[in-house]
Structures are given as C-alpha cells and as structure tokens.
Design a protein around this ligand. Structure first.
Ligand code: ADP
Length: 660
C-alpha cells in the first residue's frame, strides 16, 4: 500500500539545511511528503495562514528573524497543525521556550539523520490525526444536539395549533351543528390524534438521541398492569375479529420494579402492531420470568398470525422511519417510529427486543426487561383469554344513575366510562383515592350522591383500600365496587372485609359490568344516546356555573380562544392575555383570581419569570404552566409552580383542572 501523502511546510533560510532535511525526509519508508519550502518570516506566515499543511518544520534561526516569533504569529494566524522547531544546537532554554509557544517538539539539526527525527514527525502526525478526530466528533455532536433541539422545538411548536384543531373538533362534535357531520369530524379528530401520537414519538426519539430520556422506576403491580393493557387491546382486536390472549405458562412475580408508563408503552406498541398487521387469527402474548447471572428478568413474546416480515427487512425495522415496503403496511398508516422507540426503551430497561418472522405467516417479537429483585414477592399464573364483548355488542340494556369511575390510567377510565355511558349512565371521573374521596363527599354535601362508584385498587397518591377506609368511616354507604386484577386467592374476601360492596375483575368487560350494574342500579327508561362518547359525558356534566376566575396567558390567538371556550363551557370566567405585558395589566384588574394558566413561551416574556413576578403579589395563587415540552422541574420549583399541562390541551385535562 502506498503511504498517504502529507503536506509538509519547511521554513528554513539555509539552502544546505533544506536539502539535508528534504533528503532525510524522502528516505522515510512509511511516510510520504509533499514539501513546501519557504525561507523567510513573511512567506512562512502567508503559508501558515492558509492552514493547508499537515505539519511544519520551523528553523529557530531565520536570518535576522527569530523562529519563535514566527511560531507565535503563525499559530495566531490560524495554523493548527503540529509545528516542530529545528534548532542549531541543544539549548534547553530555547527548547522550552519553543514548547511553551506551542511547538509540539524540537529537533537539533544534527539529529536529522537519526531515528528520533522520523519518530518526532510520526508522533506529530498521529497527534494531529487524533486531534482531527476529536474535532470531527465534537462537530458531529454539536450537529446532533442542534438537530435534537430542533426536533424538540418543532414538536413543541406543533402542539399549539393542534390544541385548536383538537379542541374545536371536540366542541363541534358535541354541538348541534356538528351532528350532521359526525363521521367527517371523527376523521379530523382521529387524524389529529394520530398527529399528536407522531409528535409524542418524535419527542421520545429526540429525548433518546440526546440521552435525556430518564426512566421513572417504581414498584408496579404486574397483574393489574397486564389486565389494563389486555382490556385496552381487546377493543381493536375484537373490532378486527381477532382473538387476543395474554397468559403466562409459569407463575409470574406480581410486583416488579420498572417504569410503568414506558413498559406499558412497549407492550401496547408491540400488541398494536400485531393487531394492525394481522387480518385473521390470533394475537398471543406470553410472559415468563427468568433469573440469569443473579438478575431477574421478565420476558414476553407477542406472536401474531399476520402478514409477517420478509427476512431481508427484519434487521432494519427497528430503525427510525423504517417500514416494510408493502401495500398492506402502507395502507395501515403509522410512522415507523414505534419499534425504534421500543428498542431504545427496552435496552434502557436492561433488555433487548428481537424478532423472528415468516413472511405471509406471522411474526414473533420477543423482549425482556430487568425487574429488580423479585425473589421475595408473590407469584401467580396469569391468563386473560376471554373474548370480551364490547359495549356495542351488548344488548340494549340501559340503566339510570350517576357513576364515579376512579382509575389512575386515563385510557382505562375512558374505556370503562365509555361502556357505562353507552348504557345510559351519567359518568364522572377521578384519578386516585383522594380525588374519589373529595368527589364522593362533595356529591353527598350537594345532596346528589353517586349511585355507584367503581374504583381501582392500585393507584398513586391514595390507593383504593385506603380510600374505602375513609369513605366508610365518613358514614357513606354508596355501593363501591373494587376493580382489580385479583389474581391472588383471598383478595376478594379481603376487599369485601375492607368495606367494598363487591369486586369486579380486571380486565373489565361489559358483561361483568352489567351484572354489577344490574345489582345496584335501576333499569333506565331514558332513550339511549345515539353515539356514546366520552366528550358528551363531560359536556353534559359541566353546565353548573362556577365562581372561578382564570387568567389565561397564551400568545397564540386560536389556542387561547379554544382553551377559553372549553373553560367557559365548564362554567369558568376566563380572561385572556396574549403577552407578558398584557398579563401584568389584566392581572392587576382583580385580586380574586382562582388560577393562572401560563404559557411557557411568550413573545415578550418567559412564562416562568412572569409567574415569579405575579407571585410577588399573590403568594398563594395556583399557577399552572402550559407548554409543548416538559419544562425543567428545578425551574418550575423555583417559580413555585407545581402543575404543568402538556399541550395540546383538551377538555378532559381542563375539567380535571377546574374541578381539582
Ligand atoms: P409503524 O407501525 O408506526 O409503521 P413501527 O416502528 O411500529 O412503526 O413498525 C415498523 C414497521 O415494521 C411497520 O410499518 C411494519 O411494516 C413492520 N411491522 C411491525 N410489526 C409488525 C408485525 N407484527 N407484523 C408485520 N409487520 C410488522
């Protein structure tokens, strides 16, 4: 292999020395040079300013000029490659001065014939290579960082207009005008929701790329979580006529340590894909636990009988934006981001995802995650394979009454609420035991108690068991039904003993729900809703006027209008400010604000700084930050803001806020 040619600048006023140096350099066996020779300071500096050479040999004595000056001026002029100083004789002081001024080495001219000369040049070039790699790496990192910032910024910016699209569509769907265009509006709504999930995926990916995605580990009840995922996924599976089973052949640890949200995201993604790419047959999820090298892992496979993935594409579908180029998958929509995110999340959780597939026959995704130590927790076999009937398939039974549904998982709340409202019931929601307690007490004080409460057992803030203690000790005898995965023997008896009226097993299906409703509620006489929908439930609840005065600070006029409309719909008195300046002016008009909703990025102010400013005159006031990206928690704490709403804002979020 012919050696790579390096460009060498030789600054030497003595022709004999130049020839000598050149001859030795040309004798190097592994290095080849293209030599530029200059004899004075002026020419040397001109060449050095070009910064084209890979190395420079610089004579210390350039006639009347001092090589050290050339050295310093050359570096100042922008020469970044290594410089080796050539000196007439050994002089420690001169050598040190050369190194101090930025030379990488020095050579006494009598050493030009020695191996020391060749070595010095080789080292200098190697150093340059390392430095170049370092600079290239830094450049690439900076580019990546700016790309990630751009992505984060973009998805943030897109959230604000999405607020208007989603908000107005929801509002229209509930209005008389919208009744005749329900199917068109639901297309707009579905597409906006799809856009939102794309944005969330992009945000996840940019966080992963910037290494900013942090896991939130906590103890998770595996049975309850799997039951929830099963309940959610049976809807699309049943819609396509597929059978979904989730089971474990061997007992599973009922408590694991993981990031519940992220783990759920991975499971839902793999199961949704399996459903999406399967036209008939089954989707089967199997789980098992393993201990390897003193670490506990949870394994799961998602097996489908769908279109499968061609062998040559198996490797790439875990990369962002990769989809199998196939008519069917193209018809299915999607962005090709889901699996890339799953892959990253699972590896963050200490595991891996892998795939086997036979094109035309089906796919099998296998993944595992670390679970923390599960040696001391109870184990149980899980099995969910009943084919739950969806609300629309259940006979037209209807009930009357007011039901409170309490679950920390939004989708499950909505799912159960959807089934109940489909049966003609008036539904309200709570996210945890504490909210349930407040709502039940308020309802009783307003002489409009709930007819039935359905409450999840495992919830943050206050769990179901704690809530029932308080509820019953307040003398409330409303029927309260626990929703639980209840796989362990004796759980049911224990819950009844705690004060629950009954227990309904998760995953909840309409059949078992109807058995419970039939026991505690009166059959309905009222006509059923034409199209039961969560939004309608909320709207019908929300007409009582409230005394709340909310200041909404949002610079985007459309987003401000729809948020205000939704709030007014909840009976709130809303005042809008579009800038920091306007905010201060409006704020000073009254001193009985209930809340301030503050956009993070305003044209003339930063929401957090503005909040601090308002705080000076209203230390107790509740302030809520609105933003398209998660704000820095330390900065939020500094501005004394504890609540934050991620855009796009919807009715459910605002309802929770106003009622909360
Ligand atoms: P999306 O589904 O949004 O396109 P994913 O990253 O989740 O993105 O999946 C990437 C691609 O992998 C899909 O578009 C599809 O072509 C293929 N794929 C994923 N899961 C399956 C499956 N179970 N069966 C067949 N193809 C699949």
């Amino acid at each position: 292999m012919s050696p790579l040619v390096s460009r060498l600048l030789l600054v030497e006023d003595d022709e004999d020395d130049y020839i000598l140096a050149r001859d030795y350099i040309e004798q190097f066996s592994t290095l080849a040079f293209e030599i530029d020779w200059v004899t004075n300071q002026q020419d040397a500096l001109a060449k050095m300013a070009e910064n084209r050479h890979d190395i420079c040999l610089l004579d210390y004595q350039l006639g009347a000029e001092n090589g050290l000056t050339v050295l310093k001026l050359g570096i100042e002029a922008g020469f970044t490659s290594p410089i080796i100083m050539l000196t007439g004789q050994a002089d420690e002081e001169v050598d040190m001065a050369a190194l101090d001024a930025g030379a990488v080495d020095y050579i006494i001219k009598s050493e030009l014939s020695s191996s020391r000369f060749a070595r010095a040049i080789r080292y200098a070039l190697a150093r340059r290579e390392i430095e170049k790699e370092r600079v290239d790496r830094l450049k690439a990192e900076a580019e990546n960082r700016s790309k990630d910032r751009f992505l984060a910024h973009l998805s943030h910016e897109l959230r604000t207009p999405l607020t208007s699209i989603l908000g107005y569509t929801e509002l229209l769907m509930d209005s008389k005008v919208g009744q005749s265009a329900q199917s068109e509006l639901s297309i707009v709504l579905n597409n906006s929701k799809h856009l939102l999930s794309l944005l969330n995926n992009m945000l996840d990916l940019s966080k992963i790329a910037a290494d900013k995605l942090e896991l939130n580990l906590s103890e998770v009840n595996l049975d309850a979580m799997i039951a929830d995922v099963y309940a959610l996924m049976t809807i699309p599976a049943t819609d396509k006529g597929l059978t979904l089973t989730v089971s474990s052949a061997t007992p599973l640890p009922l408590k694991i340590t993981t990031d519940a949200t992220r783990f759920r995201q991975v499971l839902i993604n793999l199961i949704s894909n399996a459903i999406k790419f399967t036209e008939k047959g089954n989707v089967d999820v199997n789980l098992w636990s393993e201990n390897r090298d003193e670490t506990d892992y949870l394994y799961f496979t998602v097996v489908d009988t769908g279109i499968g993935i061609p062998k040559n594409q198996i490797g790439c579908i875990f990369k962002p934006f990769e989809q199998v180029a196939d008519v069917v998958s193209r018809n299915q929509g999607g962005s090709g981001l889901g699996l890339a995110i799953c892959n990253e999340l699972v590896s963050k959780m200490g595991g891996e995802v892998s795939l086997t597939s036979e094109f035309g026959k089906g796919s099998c995704f296998t993944a595992y995650i670390e679970t923390g130590d599960v040696s001391q927790v109870p184990y149980e076999v899980l099995k969910f394979d009943s084919k739950p009937l969806m609300a629309k398939e259940v006979n037209n039974q209807s009930y009357q009454g007011k039901v409170l549904v309490v679950d920390d998982v939004n989708d499950i709340r909505m799912l159960v609420g959807h089934m109940l409202s489909g049966m003609g019931l008036h539904v309200e929601y709570g996210k945890n035991g504490l909210e349930a307690l407040d709502k039940i007490n308020d309802a009783r004080n307003e002489s409009a108690p709930y007819d039935l409460v359905l409450i999840d057992i495992h919830m943050p803030v206050m769990d179901g068991s704690e809530a029932i203690k308080h509820i019953r000790s307040n003398g409330i005898d409303t029927p309260i039904v626990a929703m639980t995965a209840a796989t362990m023997k004796g759980v049911r008896d224990q819950l009844i003993y705690q004060g629950f009226t009954n227990v309904i097993e998760k995953p909840i299906n309409p059949e078992s729900l109807m058995v419970v409703l039939g026991t505690y509620l009166q059959p309905g006489t009222a006509e059923k809703r034409l199209s039961p929908d969560d939004n309608q439930i909320e709207l019908s609840n929300t007409t009582e006027p409230s005394e709340q005065h909310i200041l909404l600070v949002e610079d985007d006029a459309d987003a401000a209008d729809i948020t205000a409309l939704l709030l007014e719909n909840l009976g709130v008195d809303v005042h809008i400010a579009h800038s920091g300046e306007e905010c201060l002016a409006v704020f000073s008009q009254r001193n009985d604000w209930s809340k301030v909703l503050m956009d993070l990025n305003l044209p003339d102010a930063n929401g957090l700084k503005l909040a601090k400013e308002l705080r000076k005159n209203a230390p107790q006031l509740e302030m809520v930050l609105l933003s398209g990206e998660e704000p820095d928690s330390a900065e939020m704490a500094d501005a004394d803001i504890s609540k934050f709403i991620l855009k796009p804002i919807n009715k459910q979020v605002l309802t929770d806020l106003v009622k909360g």
